[in-house]
Design a protein around this ligand. Structure first.
Ligand SMILES: [Zn+2]
Ligand SMILES: [Zn+2]
Length: 175
């Protein structure tokens, strides 16, 4: 998402502007199932523009790690902030990969929020999710979805009482 900031750049340090935004277009590798909504605050700093995003909400397609059922999972980003610099800061190293350094595009007079938003969504996305607490998963032998039906495979359950003692004869051996 690109924002025109032509007017903003000429304003005094400390000037703030707030708005709500909604993005429908897809972001790179994210499989979003809902538009992104958020509250945005821009503030003019000496070195550039501070971008604050609050109460960002969207949802992402995901699959249950146990049964592979696909569902949409909500994502909330309560607060995120970045500085978009007018000039490369001293800490900027062209050689190094610095995904956290954001620049104002002075040629186009705009800032691109896409990467900032992408980073925050990834940061707040839980990668290993289950469809429900009681999900029984797939049978490791035949692949049947055990939430839907039972299969006839005999699966050795891990010993719940912990009665399996690999060294139960150890005492006898030591005697
Ligand atoms: Zn599941
Ligand atoms: Zn089975």
């Amino acid at each position: 998402m690109k924002l025109k900031i032509s007017n903003f750049i000429s304003l005094a340090v400390g000037y703030k502007e707030e708005s709500d935004f909604k993005i429908k277009e897809p972001i790179d590798d994210l499989r979003l199932s809902k538009p992104i909504k958020a509250h945005l605050t821009l503030m003019r700093l000496k070195e550039g523009i501070s971008v604050k995003i609050e109460d960002m909400e969207t949802a992402c397609d995901t699959a249950c790690v146990k049964c592979l059922y696909k569902f949409s999972s909500g994502i909330k980003v309560p607060y995120a902030e970045r500085v978009y610099y007018m000039e490369k800061p001293q800490s900027f190293d062209v050689e190094a990969d610095q995904p956290d350094i954001f620049m104002v595009d002075l040629k186009q007079n705009e800032i691109d929020l896409t990467e900032m938003i992408r980073q925050e969504i990834l940061l707040h996305f839980e990668p290993y999710q289950v469809c429900s607490k009681g999900c029984k998963g797939l049978c490791p032998k035949c692949g049947t979805n055990l939430n839907k039906k039972k299969c006839k495979c005999k699966i050795e359950k891990p010993d719940p009482e912990g009665t399996y003692k690999p060294f139960k004869n150890l005492k006898d051996l030591i005697k």
